[in-house]
Design a protein around this ligand. Structure first.
Ligand SMILES: N[C@@H](CCC(=O)N[C@@H](CS)C(=O)NCC(=O)O)C(=O)O
Length: 219
């Protein structure tokens, strides 16, 4: 049976799974749901009520990191390195990517300009930490695309839309991170993880936040 990825068009965690599926050439069906009106069948397979969920082999696998790890164990090519300590390092930075997504959420929900600036500074500081962890590239681990890349492709996609609004300086003075962003944006699996109307959908979502960023968009 074809695996089903239960999705939401804007969800960065869904994108991780979609990227890993694409890197491995897995044929799957993507089934988008409305998170504002969750269908009963979704609640029945998603104990946390969150996307993504991978329906495969009669099991509903939830949590994006778990889905990605499962796919890595079952489908070639491996995105994790063979050496346990290097694998642990990848998993550590995957967690860091999740914390960065929370910081991005705090940024776009910031109530006023002061909080918006603080949010941008917080994101910049996190990217400084990433800059220090990056090597020669083009990917996080070097020449081979890995699991941390699948996590950060969706992170940088937010920045593409923010950049269209103003220069928030999130990657200022961080050349390795900027080069990594460019390499990820060119990767087919990353490009294809969302539909062509993703930037419009994200802007429409941000316009409804009632946040400082929403105010900027109205100017
Ligand atoms: N830790 C989860 C986070 C998933 C998550 O937060 N998904 C969001 C959409 S991006 C969601 O479904 N939220 C539930 C809701 O909006 O009600 C994972 O990595 O899969």
């Amino acid at each position: 049976m074809t695996p089903v990825l239960v999705s939401h068009p804007l969800c960065p965690y869904v994108q991780r799974a979609a990227i890993v599926l694409a890197e491995k050439g897995v044929v799957y069906e993507r089934r988008d749901i409305d998170l504002a009106a969750k269908p009963d069948w979704f609640l029945a397979v998603s104990p946390l009520g969150k996307t993504p969920v991978l329906l495969t082999g009669g099991v509903a696998v939830f949590e994006s990191a778990v889905i990605c790890e499962y796919l890595d164990e079952t489908h070639a090519p491996r995105l994790h390195p063979p050496e346990p300590l290097q694998r642990a390092r990848q998993r550590s930075w995957m967690e860091f990517g999740s914390a960065l997504l929370n910081a991005i959420g705090a940024f776009y929900n910031a109530a006023d300009e002061r909080a918006l600036a603080a949010g941008a500074a917080d994101i910049h500081q996190r990217f400084e930490q990433i800059e220090a962890a990056l090597g020669e590239g083009p990917f996080f681990m070097g020449r081979q695309f890995g699991m941390v890349d699948a996590v950060f492709g969706p992170v940088f996609r937010y920045l593409d839309v923010f950049d269209g609004m103003a220069d928030f300086g999130m990657l200022e003075g961080l050349p390795r991170t900027a080069a990594w962003r460019t390499a990820l944006a060119a990767r087919p699996s990353v490009r294809q993880a969302v539909s062509a109307d993703y930037p419009d959908l994200l802007r429409a979502f941000l316009r409804k936040r009632g946040s400082a960023l929403t105010q900027r968009m109205a100017r």
